[in-house]
Design a protein around this ligand. Structure first.
Ligand SMILES: [Fe+2]
Length: 386
């Protein structure tokens, strides 16, 4: 059996990769870019740096900076209109997961029309939109190397998963220097997201030898460096490891899949506006405990790759250490419980059934080592309050 692996055509990885953006455009035959980002990236000067390096080559790059966290159908509309009106030949997507996901959706809608609901899973989006050059500024989502985007349908509060080669950026510039100024909270949330991608890709029913190699490499980088980057954002080596680990984890899950954590996490994000990485972190220990009996060896490999158990430890011991580590990580990185986040218990319990149904519909739980029933998922949601 073979596996299809889909990747960007160009990956520029390492310190000051962002400075190579004019060369990347030349390689792609593009010279009319639109920068899609958010106001924070403009304020930090990153968008200006890209404009300046392109300006030196006489390339002007207008900015659309109205993307929002956890993008919605409504929030990307102005970007679609701007992209359609400007005769652009590529999009530079700059920021965390939300600007990059917004840009991917805008790139398809600007060229092919329709509404985002038309492109949701299980449809496979094979159309090529405007080429996207992704420049991540967090070490987490992996969106720069995935064939996915997530856009919320605000009429139903549903995070729509959209899948296909059409959402794969044509180039990814992976420059850890852009993450140095990230505050600890975002470092933690995005870092746990990346760890979750690697673990879920590795235990997924769609795991394959290629995605395994990327997932294990990602866990080896993330395991020893997440705490370091959280406690000392200036630690260059830790930031570099987290950035590369996050991208490799993105490659892993884009070419395998995510599983139950992500399936259950998206509805929490949509209903209660919990940032993506944080809702993953809330779920990761309990979903891992639930899933472990069906994939003990795989989870033991994760513990070994993360460096929290020895090669001599049995699978059983490695599994126990993994659960201890995931809980300890949440404690040390100050991950709140749903209650501490400010969610009302009654409101959460009222929508557990709906959240479980939405999780199932996303397709991700079907990739889990144990395929959960709706009532299993409701029990896991409720268990977050014990
Ligand atoms: Fe994620």
């Amino acid at each position: 059996m073979s596996t299809q692996v889909i990747l960007p055509r160009i990956m520029q990885v390492g310190e000051d990769a962002i400075l190579q953006i004019p060369n990347i455009l030349v390689s792609l035959g593009c010279n009319r870019p639109l920068i899609i980002t958010d106001k924070m990236m403009v304020a930090l000067g990153y968008a200006g740096r890209i404009q300046m390096s392109l300006g030196a080559q006489n390339i002007s790059a207008p900015i659309f900076d109205d993307t929002v966290p956890e993008p919605t159908v409504e929030s990307i509309q102005a970007g679609v209109e701007k992209a359609q009106k400007g005769n652009y030949d590529c999009i530079i997507a700059l920021g965390g997961g939300s600007p990059i996901d917004s840009a991917k959706a805008i790139a398809i809608l600007a060229k092919h029309g329709g509404v985002m609901q038309d492109y949701r899973f299980p449809r496979m989006v094979m159309e090529q939109g405007l080429p996207v050059i992704a420049v991540p500024t967090t070490a987490g989502t992996g969106s720069e190397v995935t064939r996915f985007t997530i856009i919320t349908d605000e009429t139903t509060d549903e995070k729509m998963l959209c899948v296909g080669i059409g959402f794969m950026p044509v180039a990814a510039l992976v420059d850890y220097k852009l993450t140095i100024s990230l505050p600890p909270r975002i470092t933690a949330d995005t870092g746990i997201d990346a760890l979750t991608h690697a673990i879920e890709a590795y235990v997924s029913k769609k795991a394959n030898p290629y995605s395994d190699s990327q997932a294990i490499a990602a866990m080896k980088l993330i395991g020893p460096n997440l705490r370091k980057a959280y406690h000392n954002g200036e630690d260059q080596r830790a930031r570099e490891a987290m950035m590369l680990g996050s991208t490799l984890a993105g490659v892993a899950f884009s070419n395998a899949s995510v599983a139950l954590v992500h399936g259950m996490s998206r509805p929490i994000g949509a209903f209660f506006h919990v940032p993506h990485g944080l809702s993953n972190a809330m779920l990761l220990p309990s979903v891992t405990a639930y899933s472990m009996p069906a994939a003990a060896e795989r989870y033991a490999d994760c513990a070994r790759a993360m460096g929290i158990t020895t090669a001599q430890d049995s699978n059983e011991i490695a599994n126990q250490k993994l659960l201890i580590e995931l809980r300890a990580l949440n404690d040390e990185l100050a991950v709140p419980t749903p209650e501490q986040f400010g969610i009302k218990r009654d409101e959460f319990f009222d929508v557990c059934q709906t959240m479980a149904e939405q999780a199932l519909a996303s397709g991700s739980p079907a990739n889990n080592p144990i395929e959960p029933s709706i009532s299993d998922m409701v029990a896991i949601y409720q268990g977050l309050w014990d």
